[in-house]
Ligand binder design. Structure first.
Ligand SMILES: Cc1cc2nc3c(=O)[nH]c(=O)nc-3n(C[C@H](O)[C@H](O)[C@H](O)COP(=O)(O)OP(=O)(O)OC[C@H]3O[C@@H](n4cnc5c(N)ncnc54)[C@H](O)[C@@H]3O)c2cc1C
Length: 390
């Protein structure tokens, strides 16, 4: 089986094929070697940037492509479908939403053209903290106004790409939690110029993880940031964050779809080629049924991702669809990852087949950027009217 056909697939063929061509220069071996060294895919990110894909969502007047989340999804899906991993750079796409919707005209003119031409990277999103985890509104990092500066103290964890980004969008508390009426108030989004911050109040500690992800821990010790780096209104940061989250869920779901397609194609090929007991293992229903079931689930998840992206791009509410897209797509990529290991047998564990690498990579999406449990809680409470469980 070469490329999976699907009616969801019919549009954007040109874009897909251009991304596929670019990815051909970054084959399995490229990703495998980086994985071994836990190294950042610098050459790949450069190529993606120069081809303009990292500026997909930036409006044309600021030098970008002016396209939507649908097109961004196509790009990310195809990167993962080709065996690569867009985690090294995808955040630039969804962080963009906060800057586009809430940044001042001066911010947009200052940053967007440079992000579009690749001279500036906005790839780090500083939200998670070690002591508060999923309970984002309780985060402790404080940005205290002192004249024309914010003085920032606190700690963040799992902040990916901080070592490979020029800018970070930081979510910090600007009003202490005991002085706000609602727990979602008093949080602000602030752009931190990492080039100036590191060594002057910010320390970055890389965290080695089970897959190659360039994630880090950040320590803020009286880091000073100009007040003009505040994005939008002070105290409204949580609301801005929510705006970005639907885009993030849809884009990550697209990466999961790409992973699922990659697993499906490799698995079908292997099941046809591997001969045991004098016949291809794919002739056994015990091998083919899980693959067929995974395919059906994949097609269903793809429909939900396409629907969520369509709603997002037409400016309509898409919270339930974006969450369901992420849930279903992450589930199917994990399902097909397991099917792949089972079909490959012992070879599924050998590094040279890449199954184990993609298996480790796609496992992340059950936990981050939002865990499956929290999506289920959202659907139960906000869509189905069940009591809040936490
Ligand atoms: C590789 C990696 C990269 C990441 N990149 C970034 C990044 O760039 N920026 C950033 O800000 N964050 C990032 N994250 C953080 C990620 O978003 C969090 O790990 C995730 O949201 C879960 O938070 P936590 O790890 O603190 O888990 P916890 O909040 O401690 O939760 C642990 C487990 O308990 C479950 N749980 C908690 N509360 C409930 C509840 N009420 N009901 C049911 N289950 C519950 C969770 O679902 C989870 O399974 C990254 C994480 C990883 C691992």
């Amino acid at each position: 089986m070469e490329k999976t056909n699907s009616f969801v697939d019919e549009s954007h063929e040109e874009l897909k094929s251009a991304v596929r061509d670019l990815c051909r220069d970054y084959p399995d071996k490229y990703w495998r070697e980086l994985d071994e060294k836990r190294a950042y895919p610098e050459a790949f990110v450069q190529a993606l940037t120069h081809a303009g894909y990292m500026a997909t969502l930036i409006p044309e007047e600021y030098g970008g492509a002016g396209l939507g989340v649908t097109e961004a999804s196509v790009i990310l899906e195809e990167i993962h479908h080709s065996g690569g991993n867009a985690a090294a750079c995808h955040a630039q796409m969804y962080i963009m939403g906060t800057l586009l919707r809430h940044g001042s005209e001066a911010h947009k003119r200052q940053y967007l053209p440079k992000i579009a031409d690749g001279s500036l990277r906005l790839q780090a999103f500083g939200v998670s903290e070690p002591n508060t985890g999923t309970d984002t509104t309780q985060l402790k990092t404080m940005a205290v106004r002192n004249g024309d500066r914010y003085v920032i103290n606190g700690q963040k964890i799992w902040i990916s790409r901080a070592e490979h980004s020029d800018l970070m969008l930081l979510l910090a508390r600007t009003t202490p939690a005991d002085q706000v009426k609602k727990r979602t108030e008093g949080l602000s989004t602030i752009l931190v110029d990492l080039r100036q911050a590191v060594g002057h109040g910010l320390r970055i500690r890389p965290i080695r993880t089970m897959m190659n992800h360039a994630t880090t821990e950040l320590f803020f010790d009286n880091l000073e940031v100009p007040v003009e780096n505040l994005v939008g209104e002070e105290g409204q940061g949580f609301r801005y964050l929510l705006d970005s989250l639907n885009a993030e869920r849809i884009l990550i779901a697209s990466e999961c779809i790409g992973d699922a397609l990659w697993f499906l194609e490799r698995t079908c090929r292997y099941a046809n080629e591997r001969v045991v007991f004098g016949r291809p293992i794919g002739k056994n229903q015990g091998i083919q049924f899980p693959i067929a079931r995974g395919y059906a689930n994949l097609e269903a998840a793809r429909l939900m991702v396409a629907r969520a992206a369509g709603l997002f791009d037409s400016g309509k509410a898409c919270g339930p669809e974006a969450n369901m897209a992420k849930l279903l797509a992450a589930d199917v990529s994990w399902e097909l990852a397991n099917v792949a290991v089972q079909t490959y047998g012992g070879f599924g564990f050998a590094e040279e087949y890449d199954i184990e690498r993609k298996f480790r990579e796609t496992r992340l999406y059950q936990v981050a950027p939002i865990s499956t449990n929290l999506i289920l809680s959202y659907l139960a409470e906000h869509v189905l009217g069940l009591p809040r469980s936490y």
